[in-house]
Design a binder for this molecule. Structure first.
Ligand SMILES: NC(=O)c1ccc[n+]([C@@H]2O[C@H](COP(=O)([O-])OP(=O)(O)OC[C@H]3O[C@@H](n4cnc5c(N)ncnc54)[C@H](OP(=O)(O)O)[C@@H]3O)[C@@H](O)[C@H]2O)c1
Length: 213
């Protein structure tokens, strides 16, 4: 399989690159602003680099050549997500996994829900509602990851998933666990992650806020 990581210079993008190289025989295309400078150490016979912004249609189309699945590491730009979807339509690629945030369906109950809303603001949540709806369409084989609050902890790869329509669980999760989840989704052959919108939290962290706040 050939995987395109959009936003590959970000924290999860870098972890995912390492995990996919270790755990699979996938080929990778790493797409980032100034990828050729920032990610040059990752170049190998299995890894190629493309410089570009999410709003650069031609660079996206070129990077999507021969790609089976895409991971998009940032959903903060409406124009960016629109351009990515347009490039997918042009190249016929259907499979995309995206990193969004919790709260886009008002699915976070109780004190944590109120804290989350205060921290993100209604505008921040609305932006992610809008960008997620651009990929949550019948035409695409999407997996939306509604990530709770992120932190780093080597060796902690525990994640717990809840589906759309279920209340959110987990005030925090590690980036390492999210990276492992993406590898597990890409490896899945049952189809259970296709057209799914999943909340991603860490088991046993149903708190009023993350431990690091
Ligand atoms: N922090 C949290 O607690 C939290 C919670 C839930 C969800 N999230 C989301 O989880 C995602 C992944 O987390 P992370 O820690 O890996 O984030 P990150 O380190 O900020 O990575 C995001 C990457 O996306 C790239 N990017 C953004 N807009 C772009 C554009 N228009 N064109 C090209 N590249 C662009 C950034 O590029 P540059 O490096 O060039 O800026 C960055 O490398 C983030 O998007 C965040 O919104 C975060």
């Amino acid at each position: 399989m050939k995987i395109l990581i959009l936003g590959a210079a970000g924290q999860i993008g870098r972890m995912l690159t390492t995990d996919l190289l270790k755990q699979t025989d996938n080929e990778l295309v790493l797409y980032a602003r100034n990828a050729s400078r920032r990610l040059k150490d990752a170049l190998s016979d299995r890894v190629s680099l493309t410089d570009g912004d999410f709003t650069e249609y031609d660079a996206l189309v070129q990077a999507m050549n021969g790609i089976d699945s895409i991971y998009l590491n940032d959903m903060n730009s409406k124009e960016g997500v629109q351009t990515i979807v347009k490039a997918m339509q042009a190249t016929g690629i259907k499979r995309i996994i995206v990193a969004s945030i919790l709260g886009i369906y008002d699915e976070v109950p109780g004190a944590f829900g109120q804290w989350n809303l205060r921290m993100l603001g209604t505008r921040g949540i609305q932006l992610h509602k809008d960008t997620s709806s651009l990929v949550e369409t019948p035409d695409l084989e999407y997996t939306i990851l509604r990530l709770t609050w992120l932190y780093n902890s080597e060796g902690n790869r525990n994640y717990h998933l809840t589906s759309k329509g279920e209340p959110f669980e987990g005030a925090q999760v590690t980036r390492q666990a999210v990276s492992q989840l993406i590898v597990d989704i890409l490896n899945d052959r049952t189809g259970k992650f296709i057209k799914a919108s999943l909340c991603v939290g860490e088991p046993g962290t149903n708190w009023d806020k993350p431990s690091f706040y």
